[in-house]
Design a protein around this ligand. Structure first.
Ligand code: XMP
Length: 310
């Protein structure tokens, strides 16, 4: 594929669709939404409003880091603090699809709808990619950003039209476009991070305490595996406990799973054979987290497992 041509075509398609109106997009800092932000900014300039929603489910320092990175690209991003709304919506939920649904509803019906209304935008630019559409339509997993393909009329339901410039690309194609757009290497190579964010890595009810644990674990895993070159790596927190020993006393502690996979586009994934030394170091560091006394390495490819836990 000629990615420069793709950029030109999509930029003029966005311009044509939006006309003299206003558009809005939500940036997560991942490569998909980053590419959409830059494409749409090129096409629309001041007619585009970009927001970053802090949903309480992001990684350490992520909201500020993303806003700063785009400010240095000359793209202003408004940070919206919606932490309470998401935490309240997730309260008491344990079923994975209900959790995803609660995040989708809070994001689209509450936070984004409010932001769109305040801005007067009639268009929403979305970073949906082909894999998201295929897996949702196949009923494997409801990706939080799929609306139109599930028959949802966004103009009726939410008051805006959705534009999805990346819907013919997979992750590898999106990275090529990011490179052609001159996005910083840190964004181009950024490992995938799911829309439901850390909630996709907390099995069972999502609480602030569990988020704090998985957030700290994620920081350790990302630091240790940054140089691995793997497609994706992260920590997940199980909903079970196991007996252990801390300071000579019995502790019924939490269990962290480390996952590290190789993949081209996340449709299939193979487990990376990490050196034992790395696994031991991860275990040592992860079990220093309060309440965590067990660390497992996930050896399951996709399929039969999915990449995320929820
Ligand atoms: P799964 O868990 O479905 O993940 O095997 C495949 C890839 O997609 C990411 N992922 C998501 N990305 N919204 C997204 O934008 C989502 O709801 C979502 N769920 C999973 C996951 O991190 C992996 O790279």
């Amino acid at each position: 594929m000629d990615y420069q041509q793709f950029i030109q075509e999509q930029t003029s398609a966005i311009r044509q669709e939006v006309g003299g109106g206003l558009a809005i997009n939500a940036l997560s800092g991942g490569v998909d939404s980053s590419v959409v932000t830059v494409l749409a900014h090129r096409a629309l300039g001041a007619q585009l409003k970009t927001i970053f929603v802090d949903n309480a489910l992001m990684r350490e320092g992520e909201p500020q880091r993303v806003v700063q990175a785009f400010a240095s690209l000359g793209i202003p991003v408004e940070l919206i603090d919606a932490r309470r709304a998401f935490l309240d919506a997730l309260k008491g939920l344990t079923d994975p699809e209900q959790k995803r649904q609660a995040i989708t509803d809070t994001f689209y019906k509450e936070v984004l709808a409010g932001a769109v209304k305040r801005s007067g935008a009639k268009f929403l630019l979305h970073g949906t990619i082909l894999t998201d559409i295929e897996e949702t339509v196949a009923g494997i997993k409801r990706q939080h950003n799929i609306l139109v393909q599930l028959g949802i009329n966004t103009e009726e339901a939410y008051g805006y039209k959705v534009i999805e410039p990346l819907q013919t690309l997979r992750k590898d194609g999106v990275r090529e476009v990011a490179r052609c757009l001159g996005l910083p290497g840190l964004i181009v190579r950024r490992i995938p991070f799911p829309g439901p964010a850390l909630a996709a890595r907390v099995v069972g009810e999502v609480t602030e305490a569990k988020l704090a644990t998985v957030r700290a674990a994620t920081a350790i895993v990302e630091e240790e595996l940054a140089g691995s070159g793997a497609f994706q790596y992260f920590a997940a927190l199980l909903n079970d406990c196991a007996t252990g020993i801390r300071d000579g006393k019995r502790e019924f502690g939490q269990i962290i799973v480390v996952r590290c996979i190789d993949s081209a586009d996340a449709r299939e994934a193979a487990v990376r054979e990490l050196p034992w030394e790395t696994l031991h170091r991860l275990t040592r560091r992860l079990t220093t987290l309060p309440g965590v006394n067990r660390c497992l390495y996930d050896l399951t490819p996709k399929p039969p497992a999915t990449v995320e836990y929820v």
